[in-house]
Design a protein around this ligand. Structure first.
Ligand code: P6P
Length: 334
């Protein structure tokens, strides 16, 4: 049951039954994410005012300049999740390998692992465009009481117990699912409280917005080229509108509200696409499906893909159900 303007805290308490096996850990996990999001939001909102933007000098496993805010966001989420004694392991876009939470008082008895992209789209920070955090939560599959292994992180997306994103935009929102629909909470920065502003979010069945980096058109598979031409032709409800922010969380969030599709196909320098399966595509796919949308790699359901490595990339088509199915039709024809 959702009441508009309920606080996130009230919502979590009222929906405890969403987490059937958790004796409060999953609720505490969501609470720790909301705290970390407030801390990151505070820094993101003043980026440029203080010397916290600009490359930190290092490069992350993706070979990208690591912006200081990336580092801050990564450390903030890891620290907050660790302190709450809830998770037994964390994998992050910013870390080459997963982190085993050492020194757990209950000796590796924590049940959950979290995979996170702490600051997606961070190259947009210096130009004041929205960025986001994306997270995905699983129950560990190796025996409780032993250190986590890579297997705990390489689970298919259909085993996620929770997923969500924070969008640091014109307002800061936490949007998440535990498998019982999608709800969006807007932060009131003056009070530091999140309010249920978007209860039971739904992807419109169809839409007229397509989000893709058309600069890569020459490298797209023929099926995607044909779909883009389909979007642009003057026929039926077309041409559609092209909207691409270059920030996954922002593009998906807008399309979930208005209807639309996001596409990042395989291209020459990224034959498997650019987006990461574990901490970008799977959580977004879980949210999309819970909101009545769809997510595939152009052929198969994203959440059925068995991951083989932590930072593996995958082509990504996500959004309004009918639009994703139309792309799959074009991809099948080739
Ligand atoms: P391109 C940001 O780096 C990101 O991971 C997503 O947030 C975004 O949708 C995509 O990459 C943008 O990539 O190649 O179009 O700049």
């Amino acid at each position: 049951m959702t009441k508009k303007n309920q606080t996130l805290g009230e919502f979590i308490i009222e929906n405890q039954t969403d987490f059937p096996y958790a004796s409060g850990e999953l609720s505490r996990l969501i609470n720790s994410i909301r705290l970390a999001a407030k801390m990151v939001n505070h820094e993101v909102n003043k980026a440029g005012l203080v010397d916290i933007t600009g490359a930190a000098g290092d490069t992350n496993i993706q070979g990208e300049d690591q912006q200081k805010l990336d580092v801050f966001a990564n450390e903030t989420f890891i620290k907050t999740l660790t302190n709450r004694e809830i998770v037994c392991g964390i994998a992050s876009e910013e870390n080459d390998d997963f982190i085993t939470i050492e020194g757990q008082k209950n000796d590796h008895k924590n049940k959950y692992v979290v995979l996170i992209d702490p600051l997606d789209g961070s190259s947009n920070i210096d130009v004041n465009v929205s960025v986001g955090t994306i997270f995905s939560v699983y129950r560990r599959i190796t025996p409780v009481g032993t250190p986590v292994t890579i297997e705990d992180f390489l689970q298919p997306g259909n085993l996620q117990v929770a997923a969500g994103y924070i969008i640091y935009g014109t307002s800061t929102m936490l949007v998440y699912t535990t498998g019982h629909g999608v709800n969006g909470f807007t932060l009131n920065p003056a009070l530091g409280t999140y309010y249920l502003s978007h209860p039971n979010m739904k992807f419109p069945e169809n839409g007229k917005i397509y989000s893709v980096n058309e600069g890569n058109y020459v490298h797209f598979p023929q099926g995607i080229k044909n779909y883009i031409k389909y979007c642009q032709e003057e026929k039926e409800d077309r041409p559609y509108t092209s909207r691409y922010i270059g920030s996954l969380v922002s593009d998906i969030h807008r399309n979930m509200i208005k209807g639309g599709i996001y596409i990042y196909p395989g291209i020459s320098n990224y034959p498997n696409g650019k987006l990461r399966l574990l901490y970008e595509c799977n959580p977004m796919a879980f949210l999309a499906e819970q909101a009545g949308g769809k997510a595939s790699d152009g052929f198969q359901r994203i959440m059925d893909i068995k991951p083989t490595e932590l930072h593996q990339r995958i082509p990504f088509v996500c959004g309004s159900k009918q639009m994703v199915e139309k792309v799959e039709e074009f991809m099948k024809k080739g």
